[in-house]
Structures are given as C-alpha cells and as structure tokens.
Design a protein around this ligand. Structure first.
Ligand code: G6P
Length: 376
C-alpha cells in the first residue's frame, strides 16, 4: 500500500500532498448527509456501544506525545463546546511521572499514529488500572493501543513513512472533530452548528487542495529563512496547536530552533525576544480570537518585529498594520473555525519541508529521531 514515493522526491513531500485523499478516506462512510427529514450526522462504528458512557463521563482526558498531543490540543475546544464535558490534556510521560489522578468516571482518549509509543502505552496501562473508559485513536489496525483500549477510532489515513507526522496530524484532528459531533449528537441547541461543521468536513479536502497551491510561495519563504537561527510561531484558540505543531515540524526536520507559543502569553516574556531580526509567524485567521491577534500583530509591529502572518483569504490589509512592506502575508482559505487548524498547518508543513531540503538535511529520517519511540 502506497509505500513508493510516486512522483515525489521524499515521503514527507508525498504525505503532505496526499492530504486531500487521506482526509477523504478518514471521513469515508462516517458522515451522513441527511435529507429533508433526517439530520446530518456522524457515525463512528468503533464507538457505538460506548458513546453514551463518554457523554456521561465526568471528564475527558486526552493523552499523547508529540504531534498526536498537538492534534488533541487542536480538537479540545470543539469537544468542550459540543459535549459540555470538561477536557484536560496530558503528555503521556508527564501523566505517568506524576501518577496524576485518573478516575473511573473519566474517559481517557489515547491518541497515537503508530499505536505503539511506549510512553502512551504506559499511560494506557495506568488509566486501565484506575478504571477509566479508554478510547484509542490510532492509524495502525492491530497496534498495541488499538488492542488494549475498550473502543476506538481508526484514522484510515494510510501508511505514514516520513518520521515527521503530517497527514496523520490532519486526520487526527478530523477524527476528533467527528468525535465531538458524535458526543454532542443529542443536543438540539447545537444542531445548526453541528450541521455547519459536517458541511465543512465534506468540503475540507477541496480547501486542502487549494491551500497546497502555496507550495511555491512557501519554498520562496524557506529561501529567505534558510540561514536563520531561530523562529517563533504565535497562535491562540483553535490555532494554539497550529503554533506548537508548526514549530515542531520546523525544528524536527530542518534542525532550526523554533518555538510555538500561546499568543496570549506573549507579553509575559516572549516579547523580550522581539527585534528586527528574529522571524515571527503569527496565525491570524478569522475566528473569535481574530481581533486579539490583530492587536498582537500591532504590538509586534510596534517593536519592529519581522512578521510573517497566516491569515484568511482577502485579509492581508486587515492584518498588516503598516501595509505590505511591514510583513509577509500567507493567505489561506477560510473554513469552519474548528477545522481551520487542518488548513493552517499545511503552509507550515511545506515551509518545514522546503527549509530542510534547502539546508541539505534528511527530511524523511531526521537525525536522532524515530518514527515510533517504543522505548522509554
Ligand atoms: C515520535 C515521532 C513523532 C510522533 C511521536 C508520537 O516522537 O517522531 O512524529 O508525533 O513519536 O508518535 P505516535 O505514533 O504515538 O503518534
């Protein structure tokens, strides 16, 4: 299955570009279009006997490492909104280190592309011992996490070979958005919102196809950044995760120091780093946090920050306080707010890819890293 590179030079490049198809297979058979009398719904076969228990749980805890953790962070707001259940986040190793509280009334969701990550597996053992309902979200049928959880959802994103996870990340977000829809399925008050998200999911592969056209533009940006020492990425709300994941992609493959930060924390420290040399990416697509991001950009601009802004199509003037000479703008198609992280990460994946190739490093097998870390 799909293990040759086809027309691409690297697996990472192939996996970035096949996201319209991997997202389509992730959603296949799971979204119901509805009809004149029937509502649009989501059907997750692997959860059907457990969805009521998840809905009734006191808390949902997401547990994962690396990119899988970031995907859960991207989905957290929509799960909270549609389920009304409090959601907490745990990095698997940290949960185990702290022996943090996990209860019988909790639903613990284990997110792992490989389904074999040692830290996540240990956290699973711990949650099982504590009596939580354990749900697995993996891309590998028959993996340890798929086998040992009570129920789960497969990503069906196809085999991912590049060590840096790309298509699995976007499929994970989509699966967790579908999980939010399934948990919230009984609430009449949010039906219109749920239907808008389902429409957004149907259209998502087209929007991803559109955003992939930024490939050449991201290559040009990579040329400008090739010799930099460091890169910051600011996001908030749905796109805090995009900041963390974008920075993780850049550092793991291009070996450039890069940090993703919560924009709301900018004034509590990171602002000290800002000068005319350090490149800063700000994610400022349209959602409830947009005006706050506009003010972050203004503050960075006032300190002569070197800005690269990811914004919604047509918003260049709204995000660039000093006109186009003051910042570089990357325009992406707008989608439902909770799906926007799927679109927004793609230019950053492309940037990480091109930076790595231009710097002459191994993009599919970065130094010191493994696709699946099966030791502690
Ligand atoms: C390794 C990989 C990362 C991945 C993480 C979690 O560190 O290099 O790309 O995100 O493990 O892997 P998992 O298979 O559990 O998602």
């Amino acid at each position: 299955e799909q293990i040759n590179k086809g027309k691409y030079e690297h697996y990472m490049q192939k996996e970035i570009h096949e996201q319209p198809e991997s997202l389509t297979t992730t959603m296949r058979g799971r979204l119901k279009r509805g009809g004149s009398t029937k509502a649009k719904t989501v059907l997750l076969g692997g959860l059907k006997d457990h969805i009521k228990s998840i809905r009734r749980s006191r808390r949902i805890v997401f547990i994962g490492c690396g990119t899988s953790y970031n995907a859960a962070l991207a989905a957290r707001p929509i799960i909270e909104e549609l389920s009304g259940v409090p959601v907490t986040m745990e990095i698997a190793s940290d949960l185990v280190d702290r022996q943090g509280p996990i209860y019988r009334e909790d639903t613990a969701v284990f997110v792992s592309q490989s389904g074999e990550t040692a830290d996540t597996l240990l956290a699973l053992e711990y949650a099982l011992e504590n009596g939580a309902l354990c749900v697995g979200i993996t891309n590998t049928v028959g993996s340890a996490i798929a086998r040992n959880t009570h129920c789960g959802i497969h990503l069906n994103a196809g085999c991912e070979i590049g060590v840096a996870s790309t298509k699995a990340y976007t499929s994970q977000i989509v699966v967790m958005a579908m999980l939010a829809l399934a948990i919230g399925d009984d609430a009449i008050s949010s039906q219109a919102r749920r239907e808008a998200i389902i429409d957004g999911l149907f259209d998502l592969p087209n929007k991803v196809r559109e955003v992939l056209k930024l490939d050449q533009e991201m290559k040009e940006l990579a040329k400008l950044l090739i010799a930099e020492q460091s890169l910051l990425v600011f996001g908030r709300g749905y796109n805090f995760a995009t900041a963390l994941e974008g920075a993780l992609k850049v550092k793991e493959v291009s070996l450039m120091h890069s940090e993703g930060m919560l924009a709301g924390e900018m004034k509590h420290g990171p602002l000290a780093l800002v000068d005319e040399n350090l490149p800063i990416i700000v994610i400022a697509t349209r959602d409830a946090c947009f005006s706050k991001q506009q003010s972050v950009i203004q503050q960075l601009h006032a300190r002569k920050g070197r800005l690269i802004v990811v914004c919604s199509k047509g918003d260049a003037a709204a995000v660039c306080p000093g006109g186009s000479s003051s910042c570089r703008v990357i325009e992406v198609p707008q989608v439902e707010d909770c799906l926007q992280p799927v679109v927004n990460i793609i230019p950053l994946q492309l940037l990480a890819y091109h930076l790595t190739v231009l710097r002459g490093y191994n993009v599919d097998q970065p130094r010191n890293l493994a696709k699946s870390v099966t030791t502690q």
